[in-house]
Unconditional design. Structure first.
Length: 579
């Protein structure tokens, strides 16, 4: 790898913005029950108070001390500022971002001290994972000047710069929750925030910065709202959120939606059981007169589908069946009473409609799941008839049916909604060789596995509904180390993480997980399962963490990956959760 020196100007970090898609992979082990982003308290967190500058330190020792001081636990830069000149200490903004590094060379130099970092990754001011720096080895230059008889650094980047091991133990993955444009569902945005007592304050500050993707999500916290000092949590678990700005004059509906966002965001701290909002020091009254609300507030806006049907649906001898607690029963709609030559099915979130893929993989037929239903789909209706090779369709909370047709010229993404079929341009997925795809239930993410040489990739695009429905340029979230990635199947694990089946060698494959932000799997609870003798196994999962996870072999058998999961009947052609 080439070595490249990057200059540091006062308050400025000159790092190229190009990203790499590779991430580190988790270690082997059996699949564990993984409820989502881990939560932590500071009760057993290691405390580290770094030393201040010492009299007589050389320039290299001063720089070394500055790096060490940035690893204070809990996170603090008070001591780190003491290694800087007075002017630089006053202007340094470490909250503007984070750089993590794998290893570093010993500081070298005198008037200017150089430090080379290897394996550098970047996060923005809110804690969003931005991926590897380009190049991922950077040489930082620290100009030195004497001040009051001691060496001080006169220019440093506006970022917290810490080694990867410290970052993994001091920061945790979490989600900020915003609404989709029509406020029907919450959209989770992954971030990394300090563990412990700082977490509630960091979560609220992240929300107050507003939506991460304009046009894709919205916030009901006022633009001029700010946190007055910090979020405090009482001994009995009440998080008091002191806000200032135009909060007290908000209409009741806006206050209600703002509370939904805060409840979903703050529930990630396990010590919090309820929330109280303070507007300029006074308790904010919610619709109905309450001044305190539980962390389960706003459950109707669950991005995993609060009211989504929990059962599994499959095909037996061409007819659609429902599997309830391991017991199979036919549905009462047309697809359950008569054979229509289906090879695959997908049900919308409330399990009222079935999209059936024709046996040849070239058509999609839509029908009611219930025999007593009336309306447009009481009788099966063909909504696509000219495809070449359709993948398993997907539904979102808006009732949109997503389809990917694998044509010789590349994949074509289409959506059927409100009686209209339209093609959707998703750069980096449309026109590519797509192995499998997923659409998040909130309708904001399209994940696809791409068949590429020398290694497959998993990419994600954000779906924008402003104007004509379209996707952003897909970016890699998983790349194959050593060209070994061969993705056979995808499945949701949580609203912000996926499973993927990777064929690795001979007749062996493995089930792994990845975050939709592309951050290394080492930050996530490990989820690896070795699949002996079946390269084409499929994962049956949903973004609801309480739903059982199964693997379906190419021969049709099922294996439960979590303890106490219902056993499933054998011989089903396909088996899926809704969505």
């Amino acid at each position: 790898m080439s070595r490249r020196t990057v200059s540091w100007l006062a308050g400025g970090l000159l790092v190229a913005a190009a990203l790499s898609g590779c991430v580190s992979m988790p270690q082997s082990g059996e699949v564990q029950d993984v409820p989502g982003p881990p939560n932590s308290n500071t009760d057993d967190q290691f405390q580290f108070n770094p030393r201040p500058p010492l009299v007589g330190e050389t320039p290299t020792e001063t720089v070394d001390g500055w790096f060490e001081a940035m690893t204070a636990t809990p996170v603090s830069t008070v001591v780190a500022r003491q290694f800087l000149s007075s002017a630089q200490a006053a202007s340094w903004s470490p909250e503007d971002g984070i750089l993590t590094y794998d290893t570093a060379r010993t500081p070298q130099g005198f008037g200017t001290v150089n430090v080379t970092l290897f394996g550098v990754n970047r996060l923005d001011a809110r804690g969003q994972w931005l991926g590897p720096a380009d190049p991922d080895d950077l040489t930082l230059r620290f100009p030195m000047e004497p001040e009051d008889g001691q060496w001080r650094i006169t220019s440093v980047p506006d970022a917290l710069i810490v080694d990867e091991a410290w970052f993994e133990t001091s920061y945790q993955p979490a989600n900020l929750y915003f609404f989709n444009p029509n406020a029907r569902v919450l959209v989770p945005e992954p971030v990394f925030l300090p563990r412990g007592d700082q977490l509630p304050t960091s979560l609220v500050r992240g929300l107050l910065q507003g939506p991460i993707h304009s046009g894709l999500e919205r916030s009901f916290l006022p633009n001029n709202a700010a946190l007055d000092l910090a979020v405090t949590v009482t001994p009995d678990g009440v998080a008091q959120v002191p806000l200032r700005g135009d909060v007290g004059s908000l209409p009741a509906e806006t206050i209600d939606l703002m509370a939904d966002q805060l409840a979903w965001t703050l529930r990630q701290d396990p010590q919090i059981r309820s929330i109280q909002l303070l507007a300029d020091g006074e308790p904010l009254v919610l619709p109905g007169g309450a001044t305190e609300f539980g962390v389960d507030y706003g459950s109707a806006f669950d991005p995993a589908g609060r009211y989504a049907d929990e059962e599994l649906f499959g095909l037996r001898q061409g007819r659609v069946v429902r599997v309830v607690d391991g017991v199979e029963q036919p549905i009462t709609g047309p697809f359950g009473t008569k054979q229509y030559g289906l090879s695959d099915i997908s049900l919308n979130l409330d399990a009222s409609l079935v999209a059936g893929v024709g046996e040849s993989g070239t058509s999609v037929i839509l029908s009611s799941a219930f025999g007593s239903a009336s309306g447009l789909y009481a009788v099966p209706r063909t909504v696509m008839s000219d495809a070449v090779d359709l993948l398993h369709p997907a539904w979102d909370t808006a009732g949109r049916l997503w389809m990917v047709d694998r044509r010789p010229s590349g994949a074509v993404v289409s959506v059927f909604h409100n009686g209209t079929l339209e093609r959707v341009n998703v750069p980096g997925i449309s026109g590519e060789r797509v192995t499998d795809f997923l659409v998040s239930r909130d309708g904001t993410r399209l994940v696809a596995a791409l068949d590429e040489a020398p290694s497959d990739q998993v990419v994600v695009s954000r779906i924008l509904a402003t104007g004509r429905l379209h996707g952003t340029v897909a970016r890699p979230i998983v790349g194959g180390p050593g060209g070994l990635l061969r993705v056979r199947d995808l499945g949701w694990r949580t609203p912000t993480s996926i499973f993927f089946v990777n064929a690795i060698a001979g007749r062996q494959s493995e089930l792994r997980s990845a975050s939709v932000d592309g951050s290394p799997a080492t930050f996530d609870p490990q989820a690896v399962y070795s699949l002996q003798g079946d390269l084409d196994a499929q994962v049956i999962s949903s973004p609801r963490t309480e739903d059982p996870i199964y693997l379906q072999s190419s021969g049709g058998g099922f294996k439960a990956l979590l303890a106490n999961s219902p056993q499933l009947p054998t011989g089903l052609q396909v088996l899926h959760y809704v969505g």
